[in-house]
Design a protein around this ligand. Sequence first.
Ligand code: ZN
Length: 304
Amino acid sequence: MQKLIIEARVNEFMRREEGNPNVPYSPAEIAADARACREAGAAILHFHARKPDGSPEHSTESYAETVRLVRETSDILVHPTLGYATLDDTAERRLQHILAMAKTPATSPHFAPMDMGSVNVDRYNEQARRFETTQLIYKNSTETLFYFGEEIARAKLKPYLVSWNIGFTRYIEAFLEMRRLAEPAFICFCLTDNTWLGGHPGTLKGLQAHLDFLPNNHACEWTVVNFGGNLFSLAGAIIALGGHISIGLGDYTYRELGFPTNAELVARIAEMARELGREVATPAEAAAILGIDLAHFEQQHRAA
Ligand code: ZN
């Protein structure tokens, strides 16, 4: 079985006030966290740029500063989020910070995300039985996805394909059939426990429904997120089934575990993998599994 790729999803838009004080905000905090996660076994860092007070940051400068600090001190592979300021931003505005960073060797990320469909993202309050907002749609038109696919390939980055439900996975299969995506495809199943209802539940059934629709005629690697919930109840199954793990304080506070750090979550997953007989991939090994040519990034460095 392939070695296990662990991705640290360090912050998303999670706030420390929600319970866990270890969520990194500033570029320096994110870089320090990335280094600790790498030492604990993570091969990929996923982050959202944040202002020092934790509010969302959308400037290319902040993203570039974060990637520069991370890459100066660690070989972890870098996966930034899209830079939208609103859910209605154009495809060009959402991707422009990533394309700008990819031009400069020291700030180039390795991945760029593509959510392969559209979904309602209003928060649902289960206790109060009401939605906290009623208008939020995460929109990714087919035309937008064509644009992302072309530009991400042109920048020689790896598309990180997010699937919220089976319809998204069918889009991934169609894009592979059309040769608009290269193989192996790297697919992230975004389960959504609590709060968001747009994904499958964070249960074995929710995961299995995704796996039943993996594009069988194409080379695929898959990882699993539980956005809004605890991923540990599924981690053993994911590891045994040959999937990869994407975990972090961006998704959930992990209060049951005493509000750990991101690196502590990663270390727990790495330990679990070893107990189940599966080795943990280094960033270089993860790049090889996913078909990322690290020499391209090194050559960029040499040229610089
Ligand atoms: Zn994210």
